[in-house]
Design a protein around this ligand. Sequence first.
Ligand code: DLL
Length: 433
Amino acid sequence: MERYFQPEIECAPYEKIREIQSEKLVKQVKHVWDNVPYYRKKMEAKGVTPDDIKSVDDLHKLPFLSKSDLREAYPYGLLGKPLSECVRIHSTSGTTGKRVVAFYTQHDIDLWEDCCARAITAAGGSNEDVCQISYGYGLFTGGAGLDGGSHKVGCLTVPTSSGNTDRQIMFINDLQATILCCTPSYAAYLSERFKELGYKPEDISLKAGIFGAEAWSEEMRHDIENTLGIKAYDIYGLTELSGPGVAFECSAQCGMHINEDHFIAEIIDPDTEEVLPEGEQGELVFTAVDKEAFPMIRYRTRDICKLTREKCSCGRTHVRMAKPMGRSDDMLIIRGVNVFPSQIETVLLNNGYAANYQIVVDRVNNTDTLDVQVEMTPEMFTDNVGEVEERQKKLVEGLKSMLGIKAKVSLLAPKSIARSEGKAVRVIDKRKL
Ligand code: DLL
C-alpha cells in the first residue's frame, strides 16, 4: 500500500514552518510588486515596499485584498503571470455581482492537487482505494481539485460529477467505492436514498467521505456517518485560493489542518481589521505564498472561525481551523440579533430532523419574521394534529434558547423541499428582494 504522506512538511516543527513561510512570503511579495500593478498600487498607498517584508512577522504591514478588489480588477487585473503561462480558470457560483474568475499556471494546479492529495490521505486514502468524486466538475473547483488529488494518491478515480443519484449508487455498489467526495448536503441526500432502497450501513462499501464547500454541523456529520457506515471528514477551500484542500480534517476529526507551507492564515476582527490572538473568533484571512497566476495576499475570506495550534493526535503540526460558522455575509440579522443558519441546523438535527430545511426571512409591518420550514422524517410523519403541534412547540422553544429570538416553525411532509446536488440553498431572504 502506498500513502501520499509528507511528514517532513506536514509534521514539521512550528519554527520550521515559519521559516518556510517567511522565505516564500518575501519572494511572493516581490513577485506581486513586480507583476501585479493593482496590488502594487495598494502597497504604495499604504507606504509599504518589498524591502519592508523580511519575514511572516511583517505580514501585518501589507494591505488586505477583498472581494470588492476582485470585482474591480475583473477579469485580468490581478493576474501575476502572462496568459501564455496560464492553463486553466475556475469560477465561483456567486449570486451577486461579478463572478470570481481565478487563474492557474500548471505549477498552481500541481500545488493544488498536492493539497487535495494530502486531504484524501488524511481521510485514510491510499492507492488501494476507489474514490468516487461526486462534486460538480466544470467551473466549480470541487470536482477538478479532488479528481487531481485522487490521481496523485493513486486511487482508482470515478469521476461521476454531481447529480443522477441512482447512477451514483450504482457506481458505488458495482465498483465497491471506498471514498466518496461531495458536498455534505449531497451526502445527506445520497444517505437518504440508500436508506429508502433498504441498504444498511454494513451493506455499503464506502469507508470515508470527504465533504465540504458549505457549512455543516456536527449533528449532520453523525447522521451521515451512521447511515452510510463511514467516517465523514470536512474539507475547506475557496476558488480565490485554488479550491478545496486549503484545509482538511485528519483522523482526529477535530478541526482542519491548514496547508501552512502554501497558505498563511490570520484571524482578524472584521470591523477594526486588527489581527486577533490565537483562539479568538474572527474573519479568516489567507496569504497564498506559492500561487503564481492569481497570487492572493491577505485575502479576506469573510468566513468566521478560530485557529488552534494545540497538539493533534494525528501528528500533523499545521494549524487547525474550526468549522466555519458560515460566512459573515451569510449571517442574518433578525430583529437586531445575529443568527447563523448553522445554529438553526443544530437545533433541528438535535431534535431528530434531517437536514432538509429552509429558512425564510421576511419583513412584515416593519418587523423581521423568521420562518423555519423543516420536513418531518417518514417516521415522524402523522396526521395527528396534537402530535404535530407538540413537535412544533418543542422546536420553537429550542430555537428560542439557541438564538434568543422567537421563530415560527412550519413542519412539512417528507420530500417537500428540493434536494441539493451541490451547495444547498438554505436561506430565502425576502427582505432583499
Ligand atoms: O467551495 C471549494 C471547495 C470545494 C471546498 C469542495 C471544499 C470542497 P467556493 O465555491 O469558492 O469554493 O466557495 C468558498 O465556501 O469561503 C466558505 O464560505 C465555504 N466553504 C468551503 N468549504 C467549507 C467548509 C469551494 N468545509 C466558500 N465548511 C468558502 C464551511 C465552507 N464552509
